[in-house]
Design a protein around this ligand. Structure first.
Ligand code: CP3
Length: 419
């Protein structure tokens, strides 16, 4: 696997994790624009996560430009990874998937999941790996049926209070293949390429459980929220407990950062985000905080929610392409708006931002990709920035364009940001 791999060539330019922590501790606190509803009963206790995995995570932290950027530390050039970087646009992924037979078997076979996790590291030279799995993988452990068809995921929907009451909270025994895949990946990855674990956010997972598939209108999901809020909160609570345990299992096995995907939260208005999404995401972030790994929250389609999103206790906010990244930072409360007096957006917190190239831009000619990348690099902060797409890479992406993207982000950011 290592042959032909581009090494990241990290040479951090100083700073320390301790300074960053101190800086964050003294960052001005902001008052909430909208009060979140309190999460319902059944709060999962904060289990202290221990073990060698953490030691290893903090050891590599000083070498990896991805983990350094998550903590707002100086880096030699901007780190980059791509959502869905292991996927159908890669011929080697297609080959492993054919070997596995079907998508869920691929997710449930640690050796094959590890193989595809490592493929984009060798092929693209990205600065982080993301565990190959799917946000829906923990749901069968709750008693939900799951299959992947040509048209995407299919679940037997839960729609009534009785359906929801029957669901369990999934435990480690339900997905032993996940921590096993994490361990294999950690063994196979170079020391300076950290492994990101992930889970879906409760609202996004709820939409699959209630609709039974990827939705456009989210009619059933919203009907449950608005017509049967007690049952909806019960479902969100069970999903939250499941996600916390699921993420803890990944960190215990060696995941060095975590991303929470809230892919469909953009369909909620601000009041419903405050009631049905934010409190549960907050609970997950609070529960994972003691693990010490950087926590990334990605609210896809959530521009209008950014003033609330920015109040959540994540270390990194993932943003899509719908706002220029400097405007997204302002909306999130990570930077002040540019004023006539000062040309630079003043920094107000040490939190990092991740994004935000439109994934379809990778279908454009390379000079057009480079123009867009240059613009993002110009707008993004010098520290605390991780380059990514604004959503997952699409199967139509030419591999050469993905490779060109990684190369140009490293080259352009090293040249323009040195010193
Ligand atoms: O980022 C990575 O490389 C890690 C792997 C990963 C997959 N899915 C693999 C996958 C991750 C992080 C996910 C997350 C995921 N899954 C999300 C959140 C991110 C997002 O895109 O918003 C969601 C909503 C899902 C649910 C899901 N999984 C759908 C709707 C589909 C079918 C449509 C599609 O895009 O393919 C999947 C299948 C899926 N998950 C594939 C892959 C590589 C394709 C399966 C195949 O090989 O046919």
């Amino acid at each position: 696997m290592a042959s032909g791999m581009k090494t990241a060539g990290n040479s951090p330019t100083g700073g320390s994790t301790r300074t960053a922590r101190r800086r964050r501790a003294t960052a001005p606190s902001r008052t909430s624009t909208r009060r979140e509803a309190k999460p319902r009963k059944g709060r999962v206790s904060v289990t202290a996560i221990t073990g060698a995995a953490h030691q290893a995570a903090s050891d590599t932290a000083s070498e990896s430009r991805f983990l350094r950027a998550c903590r707002g530390l100086p880096v030699d050039c901007v780190p980059i990874w791509l959502m869905r970087q292991a996927g159908r646009y890669l011929p080697e992924y297609q080959a492993t998937r054919a070997k596995a037979g079907d998508f869920l078997s691929l997710c449930r076979t640690p050796e094959l999941a590890c193989e595809v996790t490592l493929q984009p590291i060798a092929r693209l030279g990205v600065d982080a790996a993301i565990l190959f799995s799917d946000i829906l993988v923990p749901l069968p452990g709750m008693g939900l049926s799951l299959a992947f068809t040509e048209e995407g995921p299919r679940l037997d929907p839960v729609r009534t209070a009785a359906d929801i009451a029957r669901l369990r909270v999934a435990t480690h025994e339900d997905y032993p293949f996940v921590p096993e895949a994490v361990r294999l990946c950690r063994r196979g990855l170079p020391a300076n390429v950290p492994l990101i674990g992930f889970a879906g956010a409760p609202f996004t997972l709820m939409s699959y459980a209630v609709e039974g598939h990827t939705s456009k209108q989210f009619t059933q999901t919203k009907r449950l929220l608005f017509a049967a809020p007690e049952a909806a909160h019960q479902l969100l609570d069970k999903l939250t407990q499941t996600v916390i345990t699921y993420l803890q299992a990944q960190v215990e096995a060696g995941a060095q950062a975590l991303q929470i995907f809230d892919s469909w939260v953009g369909v909620l208005g601000p009041e419903d985000f405050a009631t049905y999404a934010a409190p549960y995401v907050r609970r997950i972030l609070d529960a994972l905080r003691p693990s010490g790994v950087p926590l990334i929250y990605f609210a896809h389609g959530g521009c209008a929610l950014y003033p609330q999103v920015g109040q959540l206790p994540a270390d990194v906010f993932g943003v899509d392409w719908r706002l220029p990244i400097d405007a997204a930072r302002v909306q999130l409360g990570l930077a002040r708006a540019r004023s006539r007096r000062g040309p630079k957006a003043a920094k107000v917190t040490a939190k990092a931002i991740q994004g935000n190239l439109d994934p379809i831009a990778l279908l454009a000619p390379v000079p057009e990709i480079e123009r867009r990348v240059t613009d993002i690099l110009r707008r993004a902060p010098r520290r605390g920035f991780i380059f990514n797409l604004g959503h997952g890479i699409v199967p139509e992406t030419p591999v050469a364009h993905a490779q060109a993207l990684i190369e140009m982000v490293h080259r352009l950011s090293a040249r323009s940001r040195r010193g």
